[in-house]
Write a protein that binds this ligand. Structure first.
Ligand code: EPZ
Length: 418
């Protein structure tokens, strides 16, 4: 079993270039099914979730060709509409294929994606939107069978601005007959990227990035070329690693507009932050200041995916911090491992109270989710002594070359095979 072996105490400093956004690449790869032609996608991150998505596309009959960070998908031949249980278990994002398959061939069969360590993650909002567009859905023994002889435009209001449900509705409505209006949508940048990709293939979608999205269905989409946006969460993770270890970093190829709430909070802890075109500069201060309030929320509020790295950073800040997680019900699960490293924090439901301590002690910990796992690596960098992190497959789902990037920034980290 592979693990990371970290010797703490080094500052994270230097230059690094942001990779393509995992949470844009996955829905856009799924959306290529709608085109029935060849699409070229660049700046695709080389992570295991992307590999899983490519395997699903191949099993559906699509041809994929990868060279470094460019993936060509030819979806002209589609031979199946079913996602296997194995693939669904590998990656929850396979639920994105519902909208794409329905929009392309009017049928899709998936198994209930199931929960993960950060929460139950139901898909009721996805299914409600697809039903509104004319999909018949039957659920039997965890298998979800979707049929739509004809998808028709509708007015759909989400009870919660779900990212995935918004994306699934966009993909199903893109080729539906007539006009669709989506209300109370998620506004994440990755949704704008999906809109831009689909419009490059002949779709007629407007409003992504706002609460209301308009879609005029077009049944004859064609192939397109698209460059995936930078990964704001990966970028934020490395900024936090530098801040948490007293380092100084320049991040290149970043889109600072996507990180507004994050940069504001880093400045609040006492870091010096500068932005110039696609570069973000951060210099940590001697001793970080605690945050009175860090509350996650739908974009443009503070992103839930950076709550764990910030919570970790705050364990050595001066003073008491309050962190509230409003998106996922179990995103503090990794905090128990932080406590084993000497962090002084109290978790009650979706609230965490952190009191800064003098130091953390390295020990053997286990990653159980993507962002919590990356945060444990940051804790290992911050700690005295050695930290061994098991379950690194969770981390490598969403961070390309994670240990190599940290090593290039000064970390004493090695991947070992226990
Ligand atoms: C996307 O997940 C991201 N994943 C998540 O990133 C991210 O944390 C999340 O959006 C929020 O920003 C991808 O894009 C692949 P949601 P998604 O639907 O779409 C509830 C990472 O670490 N909900 O916005 O699953 C849900 O349980 C991952 O990169 C329903 O109740 O998130 C959650 O509490 C983690 N019913 C909340 O809404 C539904 O049908 C937000 O979920 C759908 C969601």
């Amino acid at each position: 079993m592979e693990s990371y072996h970290i010797r703490g105490g080094n500052k994270i400093s230097g230059e690094y270039s942001v990779k393509g956004a995992k949470n844009a690449a996955l829905p856009i790869l799924a959306a290529t099914i709608l085109c029935g032609a060849e699409c070229q996608l660049s700046n695709i991150p080389q992570i295991t979730d992307v590999n899983s998505m490519k395997k699903i596309l191949n099993e559906l009959g699509c041809k994929t060709d990868t060279s470094e960070e460019t993936v060509i998908v030819d979806s002209s031949e589609l031979v199946a509409d079913t996602i296997s249980l194995k693939r669904m278990r590998e990656m929850r994002s396979s639920v994105f294929l519902l909208g794409a398959l329905l929009g392309r061939c009017g049928s899709a069969v998936i198994s209930q994606p199931g929960g993960c360590n950060i929460g139950s993650r139901p898909i009721d909002l996805h299914l409600h939107a697809l039903r509104m567009l004319g999909t018949e859905i039957t659920e039997k023994d965890d298998v979800i069978i979707c049929k739509a002889s004809k998808l028709r435009g509708a007015v759909i209001e989400f009870s919660f601005p779900s990212v995935g449900a918004t994306e699934n509705a966009i993909m199903a409505a893109a080729t539906a007959e007539g006009h669709t209006i989506l209300k109370n949508c998620a506004m994440e940048p990755e949704i704008c990227d999906l809109q831009n990709f689909l419009n490059s293939c002949g779709a007629d979608i407007h409003g992504s990035g706002t609460k209301t999205i308009h879609i005029n269905g077009n049944s004859a989409l064609h192939g397109g070329n698209h460059r995936i946006i930078p990964d704001r969460i990966e970028c934020g993770t490395y900024l936090v690693a530098a801040a948490a270890t007293g380092g100084e970093i320049v991040v290149k190829n970043a889109e600072s507009l996507h990180l507004k709430s994050i940069l504001e909070k880093l400045i609040e802890t006492g870091c010096t932050v500068g932005v110039k075109r696609d570069r973000i500069y951060l210099k940590a201060c001697e001793k970080l200041t605690a945050l009175d309030k860090l509350i996650t929320g739908p974009y443009p509020e503070f992103p839930t995916d950076l709550q764990s790295p910030f919570l970790t950073m705050l364990t050595l800040a001066e003073g008491k911090s309050y962190v509230e997680e409003t998106i996922f019900e179990n995103r503090f699960a990794f905090a128990n491992e932080l406590k084993r490293m000497g962090a002084d924090l109290l978790v009650e439901d979706n609230h965490a109270f952190v009191t800064g301590v003098k130091e953390l002690q390295g020990c053997r910990v286990a990653a159980t989710d993507l962002r919590g796992g990356a945060s444990l690596a940051i804790a290992g960098l911050m700690a005295q002594g050695e930290t061994f992190i098991e379950g690194i497959e969770h981390i490598e789902r969403g961070y390309a070359d994670f240990s190599q990037t940290l090593r290039s920034l000064g970390a004493d980290i090695r991947k070992t095979n226990d």
